[in-house]
Design a protein around this ligand. Sequence first.
Ligand code: PMP
Ligand code: GLN
Length: 393
Amino acid sequence: MAASNSDDRLADRLRGIPGTIFSEMSALAVRTGALNMGQGFPDRDGPESVVESAVEALRTGRNQYAPGIGVPELRSAIAAHQQRHYGITLDPDSQVLVTTGATEGIAAALLALVDPGDEVVVLEPFYDSYTAMIQMAGGVRRPVTLRAPDFRLDVDELRGAVSDRTRLILLNSPHNPTGTVLTRSELESVADVAREHDLVVLTDEVYEHLVYDDHEHVPLATLPGMFERTVSISSAGKTFSFTGWKIGWATGPRELVHAVESAKQWLTFCSGSPLQPAIAHALNHEAGYYDGLARELEKKRDRLCEGLGVLDVDVFKPQGTYFVTTDVRRYGYRDGLEFCLALPERAGVVAIPSQAFYDDAEEGRHKVRWAFCKEEDVIEEGIRRLAAAELGA
Ligand code: PMP
Ligand code: GLN
């Protein structure tokens, strides 16, 4: 387990931060042999050509430190990707930084841009590393809650959360865990607030390509006047189904990327050398992979929503990401954690209690997150087990 309150030696910056729920629930799945429909990792790896490219890099001497900012071919491929998809023009030498997953990009950005006592306005439910890293940077989180059933951004709430002490807005769209994809008009409101208060926005876009129906991912940096104040974070983990490779990137204006780099150089110095040319290959040659993945995931989303729908739960259909949220209060549990802890024994399935992502206990208490980035037969078996189980408290 990670840090706990009872450890007297623990530095204040880590005090009170619980261990990550993803490790806890995946360990539960391993311990009980239950199907893991919790942690968001696919059970099929990404393109073979990308693996081959990594093998070639391993065999051809790409095994020593990479430049801290990332190998040139990956930085160029990231810049080309931003140009191709969004019309964002980047100088690969000064406006692109390779990081050890999005996780390190977010950590480095918060360490670089937030001083102790600064407030960070952040969408709730939060991806769990945000709360940990805001605290480690000495910042104070100011949640803006996406509320069921629609999980839309309440612009008044956003305006109300900003104060003289606000330093940064941390945005995530497509949003984990709700699956909300912020609309252009919601993003315009965020941009208005950022410009009015002269704020930097850190955008986590790791699910940029996993968007369904006619929803569209709009990078905040493409809105007028926003490139200059936005650090955009993404990662190969979800886009190419290589979550264990931990290759991510931060892009934006030179000064902000330089600030993130200033912190990143002391965290890891550089990210995994042989994996970087392989992700360059992926970005340059495997765009078809993520389009196909999104189409497959859309069908899996529909199947899982349908399967969960026949249980007595409210199902909130996501617009993006690979997670679906349900409200399980009808089963009589006091909370979703209790439900999730009973689930392996009752149904042989593991899911994530969303309360780990909330400050607002009422809003989060009964919500449970299910991942549909799993093989079809795993999803079918999960649905079958849930339908056959006695789920009541
Ligand atoms: N942000 C969000 C919203 C995530 O769901 C994840 C998990 N992929 C991350 C960041 C971390 O990404 P990475 O694995 O690239 O560090
Ligand atoms: N992003 C993944 C999820 O939301 C988990 C990543 C992790 O375990 N840190 O499930």
